[in-house]
Design a binder for this molecule. Sequence first.
Ligand code: FUC
Length: 813
Amino acid sequence: MNEHLNTIVSAIVICLASFAVTAYAAPPAAAPDRDGIDGRWSDRTKLTGQAEAPDGGPLLWYRGPAGVWEEALPIGNGRLGAMVFGGVADERLQLNEDTLWDGYKRDPSNPDSLKALPEIRRLLFEGKNREAVDLAGRTMMGKPSGVLAYQSLGELLIECPGIPEASNYRRTLDLRTGVATVSYQFGGASFSREIFASAPAGVIVARFTCDQPKRLDLRMTLKRQRDATCTADAADPHAIVLKGRIQRQDDQKRERGLRFAAKVLAVADGGKVSNTGGVLTVSGANSVTLLIDGATDYRGGDPVKLCSEHLNRAAKQSFKSILAAHVEDYRSLFGRVSLDLGSAGPDAEKLPTNERLARIRQGNADPGLEATYFQFGRYLLMSSSRPGQMPANLQGLWAWQMNPPWNADYHLNINLQMNYWLAEPCNLSECQLPLFDLMDGLVKPGERTAKVQYGARGWVAHHLTDAWGFTAPADGPWGIWPVGGAWLALHPYEHYLFTGDKDFLAKRAWPLMKGAARFMLDFLVEAPAGTPVAGKLVTNPSHSPENSFILPNGQRHVFTYGATMDLMIVHELLKNCIEASKILNTDAAFRTECEKALARLAPVRISPATGRIMEWIEDYKEAEPQHRHTSHMFGLHPGTMITTATPDLLAAARKVLEGRGDGGTGWSLAWKINFWARLHDGDHAHILLMNLLKDKTLPNLFDNHPPFQIDGNFGATAAIAEMLLQSHVRAGDSWELNLLAALPKAWLAGKVTGLRARGGFTVDIAWKDGQLTEARITSKAGGPVRVRSAGRKAEFKTTAGQVLVLDGELKAK
Ligand code: FUC
């Protein structure tokens, strides 16, 4: 059977070009993986007839199975994920488990760094960037200077033989329930599948049904590109098990790779179930429920046993009750926010998702699809980042390769942070908790790297990390960026600002913030005489992710000191620490240190030549004026340094953005939408959102860097929220809620419910003809609030639990 499936896969791959199952152009297929599993897929069944559009929404739907991975539909329960291809005769569920990382725990800190540091700093201050980068390259890079990959768990390949053709095929992902479906008719019978990843049950469930008895025949196997074999479960004729170990040895040639397993258990109504070798066969059943699990020994335990426990527990429940518990759990998160941005009309609303995307590419408006894209971003976060699990990586949870792009790791110079921008405003606060767990795991190794490489206290992380707590510089000179931890440390404080959870602030946020700031206080150095900011504190070494500049002598460099982004991040972190220590009434001496350092921090500068905020400490020539990173806009977003209270910086920020242009990678566009939202220019923000949908969005609505990278989905979802509601500006002791802060003309009328704001407010906003008609503000903790909208401003006092209902003129109703 394994061989049989192999032959089918290769044959289908070869004739893919002539095999017209999908009526739309597929994106370029990913490169074939070396062992015959790649991103492409095809299904033997000939499709006829056109299915009706599914009712309601938000949902994604298609008239054909996925021809490439980027057309398949993601499901996930935070830990386990699958990409559902939806083939009729050849179904493929590509599986992921969020701890399946190559590598192992080790200390990459480079002890040569500390001795070289004073010299590297001197060289950078003297403008000898080449000599500095040479020395740093020899002494500062981690050992090893890189991380290994997050990997696919494997594939569940399911043959449904004897279905040469099918009519009225439809494939959906229903965002109201978190269930993927496949339905079609053949031989007078209607077949359907419901596939979902249940958080309460902890397993993936694939239910196959038919409206006629004994018509379901399935043959399936589990397969992985490497390091694993699939066998029958000796103890259970209804199950097969894929078992393996990542082949990874340490320097002493000891095996260090993770052990992993995947298991499928078939529960059939009628018919027969048997397992032979690695093949599980169901024949003549009325309905079949496949329960699927994966596990590793990342947190200990035997992966096969872990799978069996989960599956046996799930098998005790009926399909109906597993589904009901899943939907209830799913809705308790997803249902918190609704969004209506208007509609392109009933005909457009009924089109399959890929055809709606194609219409947008042709220049048509489709606010309904924009709202679906927003809700899909929320769906992706709650499916890839649940309390107790790993945080969303560069691909969230979903990766089919053994070596996905950039290892699907955690990049800390924009990407991981962007993944979490939506968590608080889009009412998925608890989905951010895995980020804080990851940060807790960085403290010990980060303290060691801080001490060994910089002679500093506190904890440091550079431009990336992995599941093993990697904190040293990686990849190249752009990896020598000791500010990654400081940026991360802004997130727990934001969590506090949105939730008002003082206990969290004291126990979880404060130690993380304090440790990151402690490192910065030790790492900052005074710029010497002869530099443009002599006497002020700067970072050194540093760089502006991942941009380069040209020195007057023509040399191109990334390596420098005092990059503007560093100063903005340090500013934000010290400010937060000062605030938090006052709220908690703790660490007064440390607070004084933060205050002193903040007062001496080098200022953000505006170029007299261009009127733009300078990206570096000197007004260097930009090597790539439209570079994807726009790091020196950090103070505009996600930072809070640049607001209408700083008009000069605000004007200089706008100039930077005009220069950077309206293009970029997926995540770069997503960030720019947030910038334009903070500039209160909704129409410009909307142009970029449309550019993202036109050029950087795959058929399954995944963001396309290219290739697929999930940060763009998350960043753009946050940006849509930011266009509708902003709450980063202080109003005395409270916050200013800016309603419809960057409403574009394209969203003439609409309604959003359930957005969250700093200060613990939940906000519903309705508007018509581009004007606010009603706002409902629920105050969780009570206290004052300032509300602003389109030039109007009003102050209110609230009590805990109070719902403030305002009319279009901000008058309480
Ligand atoms: C940063 C970006 C790249 C990519 C990578 C994962 O290095 O500059 O564009 O997103 O992260």
